[in-house]
Design a protein around this ligand. Sequence first.
Ligand code: SAJ
Length: 423
Amino acid sequence: MNKLCVIGLGYIGLPTAVMFASHGLEVIGVDINQEVVDGLNNGVSHVDEPNLYETLNQVLESGKLKVKTSPETADAFIIAVPTPFTPMKLCNLSYVISAAESIVPHLKKGNLVILESTVAPKTTEDVVLPILAKSGLDVGEEIYLAHCPERVLPGKIMYELIHNNRIIGGINEISIRKAAELYGIFVEGELLYTNATTAEMSKLMENTFRDVNIALANELTKICDKIGINTWEVIKLANKHPRVNIHNPGPGVGGHCLAVDPYFIIEKAPEEAKIISMAREINNSMPEYVVSKVDELLYYAAGTPKIAVLGITYKGNTNDLRESPAVEIVDMLINKGYDVVVYDPYASCKRFAMASLEDAVKDADCMLILADHDEFKHMDIANITSTMRQKIIFDTKNCIENTEGFDGLLYKIGDGRCALTRV
Ligand code: SAJ
């Protein structure tokens, strides 16, 4: 195995291409976006990931990685293109299909094709395989096909690519062997062999497991709220049991994985996927729940209350806005007539009024924390809130640790207190 073509140079494809190139393969990175290709050829990465930049420049300089807009012949092809969901919450395979079609003219006997993109079960066998067969080669006998889903966490991609276990889901034994040979070049975690459809389902279930468990925590929050007890205390005590791990409630579930992958299972078995569907519904209901709590907290506020939103990303310490519940919450608050100003040290959103922390908080009636950036955890709360009109903090991420000197109201999601009566 000498030459590899990676189709799709996004969050996963680019680090993967760089990783293989830095381990000695001749890699052709392909992206349909000319701007991305031009940028990379000038050493500018559109993916901001720790430790990626240096290695990227090394492999570009050494010529091990070449970046272009169309594929060419190689020994192996990796497809790592996005699989967004359609408005009907179905897996949109258009990028996977066009990526697979783009390599067909370049396929030759002995080639290996890997699908890394997260897809609904059976996509490798029912969608990708027939496309590759158009080459006239026998898929399974003359060319090999596997689904090897990525499982890395943004922010730790370069580390996790090497150290995580990797599922190798081949359409037959020889495909598994060939794919294992490829990933064995740099993967230090365990290589886990299975068939393609099982690999697809395992990847989806990892994120679905997390989504369902977060839904359980969010449901618990609503229940504790009704009963009048503190959710965080319940979770802390229950998690003292050695086999219990209740997740954290919050303003909802975002990102391109947990908020998307469960739908790919629901799509295949809507009647059976009851808990999975319900979990999606519960997590999707959290923005509305947060807004109802803001309404309660600001019930007595005069005029048009000003809300300073801290954090617009889908989770802490990232600039990623995809499926962010915070964006939905801000939209809802604006539609309700609140004056909303957003501060985020990592990201900006053109649709909203963004400001510095000081300006966002000045004269505000409520500080609403929607992402747990480290910066927020260690804020000097007493000082920062001193210019607020009403010192009300609503912490939906339970991230404020130090309240020394703060004389206002700190309300946390799952607090169990009626927000209205506390003001
Ligand atoms: N969240 C909660 N409560 C929690 C944990 C998370 O409300 O207790 C929220 C977060 O705020 C965020 C969302 O869930 O909005 C998702 O965050 P996350 O950190 O759980 O997941 P991702 O989407 O950043 O990354 C996941 C990871 N999957 C798992 O941990 C099973 C990662 O390993 C995968 O590679 C990635 O999805 C992916 O690409 O599939």
